[in-house]
Write a protein that binds this ligand. Structure first.
Ligand code: LMR
Ligand code: MN
Length: 433
């Protein structure tokens, strides 16, 4: 009698078990060799690639290695490429979702979108997969794609709250269609459905109400946002916050701890102004504000430092200001802010808005302000105006709004500074914004 030869798939199962056992025993070097051998000998076994992907993502975490993560992604992709040959929808889906998570983390937007599309093709009747795709577009601020995907989803599922939310956000941002946007946003957020309860969505709904002059309802939304822990307070609605920092709308230079640096800049305000005026005479140096904050008018900027980095081309054009700023590293090196010239033409109104973080204070060194009585900066419930050679310091995480009702341009140097209550190690470790 002949000895039964194990079927090929049996030996595959055996070797797979073996490799997994090595992983569980934390014998990583050996496990890596085993998984690599496995996909060589059993290249057409989907599970070989899936198991290797799981192993590599574990290894990536252990070694804190993006290279390993890329290898994991690669294995996921090979697994997903089997398509219909993978029997289980559930396994296919969860592999796709992990792959998407890693691709998002690596910032590979196009590849992320490709995996979303693969999942949608496989499970066309699940609206969540389409919402995940429009969410990926949302995080990449790709609003045209958000609108397109959400519109397609709403054709099939008109009452889907997440699709409504994404569609509403797109209407607001792409077209400034606040009336239409409002009904989508309101409906979605009031549904309290999964995927609709995020700080950013409450911010957008409140902003939409404000832009429709429905202030009491906006305040109510902001109150709900505070109650849910999204906002520090009704007026302070920054989303990237550190706890326990002093918070007040306006600051005096002496309160900041940067008094001498600020005084030195102020002392040089005439040379700074000369430099800024020379730049202004060149067409195309200043760029339009891009955050959709203008209700009407013209408001442009010339950036010198952003996220703590010097912008070389612009600094070469403003050497005096930049060298002064280099002596003030708490400002020029502030990774959660910018230094820039800001020019506002007459008949401009900037909608109420909040900066992204409570980790900075914002100073304006006023360079040109011929009509102080016709301009105004409101921060929370207090208003100030610009006077040449003077400083205004405010915390731009508080809601603020700007009017220029005069006839001639207003020009300021804006410099953000690390919030003085942040420790050295916080300043070092906080992510750039
Ligand atoms: C803002 O930071 O929103 C404004 O104060 C800027 C400006 O130029 O007035
Ligand atoms: Mn602002």
């Amino acid at each position: 009698a002949s000895v039964p030869v194990p079927a090929a798939d049996d030996s595959f199962q055996q070797e797979l078990r073996q490799a997994n056992a090595e992983m569980i025993r934390e014998n990583y070097a050996q496990a890596l060799r085993s998984f690599n051998t496995l996909i060589q000998y059993y290249a057409d076994e989907p599970l070989a690639h899936l198991a290797r992907a799981h192993f590599l993502e574990r290894l990536a975490e252990r070694e804190r290695s993006n290279q390993r993560l890329l290898e994991a992604i690669d294995s996921y992709k090979r697994y997903l490429a089997f398509g219909e040959l993978v029997a289980s929808d559930g396994e296919f889906l969860s592999a796709g979702e992990r792959c998407i998570e890693h691709l998002r983390f690596m910032g590979y937007h196009h590849q992320t979108v490709a995996i979303h599309e693969l999942l949608i093709e496989r499970l066309p009747a699940d609206p969540r997969l389409r919402n995940q795709l429009s969410f990926t577009h949302l995080t990449a601020n790709n609003m045209r794609q958000v609108k397109f995907v959400a519109a397609e989803t709403l054709k099939l599922w008109p009452a889907d709250p997440v699709a409504q939310l994404h569609f509403g956000l797109a209407l607001k941002q792409l077209h400034g269609d606040y009336v239409q946007a409002l009904s989508y946003l309101q409906n979605a957020i009031e549904s309290k459905a999964d995927g609709t309860q995020e700080a950013y969505f409450y911010l957008a709904l409140g902003e939409t109400l404000q832009r429709l002059s429905r202030q009491p309802e906006a305040v109510e939304v902001h109150r709900q946002g505070v109650a849910r822990g999204f906002f520090v307070s009704v007026y302070q609605r920054s989303l990237y916050n550190e706890p326990k920092l002093r918070a007040q709308p306006f600051w005096q230079p002496s309160e900041t701890g940067y008094n001498s640096q600020l005084r030195k800049l102020q002392h040089n305000w005439i040379s700074i102004r000369e430099e800024a005026l020379a730049l202004l005479s060149h067409r195309g140096y200043f760029e339009d504000e891009t955050e959709n904050l203008r209700h009407m008018g013209i408001w442009q900027q010339f950036e010198l430092f952003a996220k703590g980095q010097l912008i070389r081309k612009n600094c070469q054009r403003a050497p005096i200001t930049c060298s002064l700023l280099k002596e003030f590293p708490e400002s020029s090196g502030c990774r959660r802010g910018q230094v820039k010239f800001s020019v506002m033409q007459a008949e401009t109104h900037v909608w109420p808005h909040c900066g992204p973080t409570n980790c900075r204070l914002r100073a304006h060194l006023t360079l040109v302000a011929p009509e102080p009585e016709r301009t105004s900066l409101r921060v929370a419930e207090q208003e100030r105006t610009w006077r040449e050679g003077e400083l205004i310091i405010f915390d731009d995480s508080f809601e603020h709004e700007v009017w220029h009702n005069g006839t001639r341009p207003r020009l300021v140097l804006i410099l953000d500074m690390w919030h003085p209550d942040l420790t050295v190690s916080q300043r070092r470790s906080l992510t750039a914004i």
